[in-house]
Design a binder for this molecule. Structure first.
Ligand code: SAM
Length: 419
């Protein structure tokens, strides 16, 4: 595609995404479905451009106040990732001069919001938690998230998977903490790799792997993954149960649950029962009350721990959406807790960085449910062979940060129901 056409295409995609009515990755995927003639390199340039603009929105919008042409074109020029000469061949003389002027602006000359590129409410909440570490978090959010795999313990062992990856020319190493994790270098295509098609590995961020290890599921137990979605954690739990017992995968989205089916077929699991529920107080949940050994609540959340992958979330979430989520999280946690039998284990988890969705929800639950005893997350992780488990936890709860742990941001609290 001619550079001029590629720049026009980027500008129109940025305009669509900046309506913020749908997740950015869904808008990009729809755009690619509707424009089948776009080749792989053009697709990569388009998505790199729009995600760069989402990551650095405040800085680029500030720079784009000067210059001419549509705002979307100016943002596309500023976010364009590739070869500058290629880009310049699509620009007018006036635009080239303007771009050189923008590129000469130094970080030190920018105001704080144009450096951290976060909405004010979010910057304030993160600064209050992190103090001097805030800048390190901001830098880490601009890094590309690594590609992590989880070895399916039912079918393979980590050393043999590492060997097979090396033979396939894929550079990879064990993840620093999860005993089942592998971190792959770059973004090689895995879809056709026998290791993947045979279900020896699944794509899963190391942080997500650690959440399921907190549950410590055992052979033959009754377990519920309350917010199973497309089953990322369900598969890990099912494998830890050695494909025995009964694992219910609940979710209010039948559409998301449907995505489990091909993954289950690859994984070799037959102990998983996906159940679409109407809401967290569904009749089917009442029938299982008091009968379940372990429940994971991987709650719907702001997703702000995944900003490396989903930078649009910082512009789509607001204090009001977070407040609504907190009510839903508390309602789901209270309802899910009714499933547990005495001695049963409850894990509440989010991929949020905000205390309101994390420690505050956990504290509210603990106060209202004295029959649930807090369990030390670091001890659970150490038993599950997690390296440096204590460095991943704070006050007995799991707290992962991209800048400290290299994973997405996660929180988890663990309780046991008194016998
Ligand atoms: C963080 S996602 C789950 C991701 C999933 N566990 C995984 O590992 O891929 C949260 C899920 O909660 C579901 N959800 C939203 N409201 C719910 C409710 N009231 N009861 C159960 N699930 C709900 C959403 O449909 C979404 O799939």
């Amino acid at each position: 595609m001619h550079p001029k056409a590629l720049l026009d295409e980027s500008a129109s995609l940025i305009e669509k995404i900046f309506k913020f009515d749908h997740p950015a990755d869904a808008v990009v995927a729809r755009h690619f479905r509707e424009n089948k003639s776009l080749g792989p390199r053009e697709r990569a340039t388009l998505s790199d451009t729009v995600f760069a603009v989402l990551r650095e929105r405040l800085r680029l919008e500030w720079l784009a106040r000067s210059g001419s042409g549509s705002k979307w074109r100016r943002l596309a020029i500023l976010g364009f990732p590739g070869d500058r000469d290629f880009l310049k061949s699509a620009l007018t003389e006036q635009e080239k001069t303007w771009l050189d002027h923008c590129l000469a602006v130094k970080d030190a000359d920018l105001m704080a919001p144009h450096r951290h590129n976060l909405p004010e409410w979010l910057a304030t909440a993160l600064q209050a938690q992190l103090g001097g570490e805030f800048d390190a978090l901001v830098r880490s959010l601009n890094e590309v998230a690594p590609l992590d795999l989880r070895v399916n313990a039912l079918k393979a062992k980590r050393p043999s998977v590492l060997e097979a990856l090396a033979k396939a020319g894929i550079k990879a190493q064990a993840t620093p903490h999860s005993p089942l994790g592998i971190r792959v270098e770059g973004k090689p295509s895995l879809a056709k790799l026998p290791l993947f098609t045979q279900g020896d590995v699944e794509v899963q961020d190391e942080g997500s792997q650690l959440l399921t290890l907190l549950l410590e599921p055992k052979r033959g137990e009754m377990v519920v993954d309350f917010c199973a979605g497309a089953g990322g954690k369900t598969l890990a739990i099912g494998a830890a149960m050695r494909n025995s017992g009964r694992l219910y995968a609940f979710d209010t989205s039948a559409h998301r649950l449907d995505a489990i089916k091909p993954r289950l077929a690859r994984s070799g699991l037959s102990n998983v029962h996906p159940v679409a529920i109407a809401h967290e107080r569904d009749e089917r949940i009442k029938r299982l009350a008091g009968k379940i050994d372990r429940v994971l609540v991987d709650a719907p959340c702001s997703g702000l721990g995944t900003l490396r992958r989903h930078p649009d979330l910082k512009w789509r979430q607001t204090p009001a959406t977070v407040a609504e989520l907190v009510l839903l999280q508390s309602a789901i946690l209270a309802s899910a807790a009714r499933l547990l039998k005495p001695g049963g284990r409850l894990v509440y988890a989010t991929c949020s960085l905000l205390p309101d969705e994390n420690e505050a929800v956990a504290a509210g639950f603990g106060q209202a449910h004295p029959e649930f005893m807090p369990v030390d997350a670091a001890e659970c992780l150490a038993r599950a062979q997690v390296t440096d488990a204590d460095k991943l936890c704070h006050n007995g709860q799991l707290r992962l940060w991209p800048h400290r742990h290299g994973s997405d941001g996660f929180f988890a609290a663990v309780w046991e129901k008194k016998a």
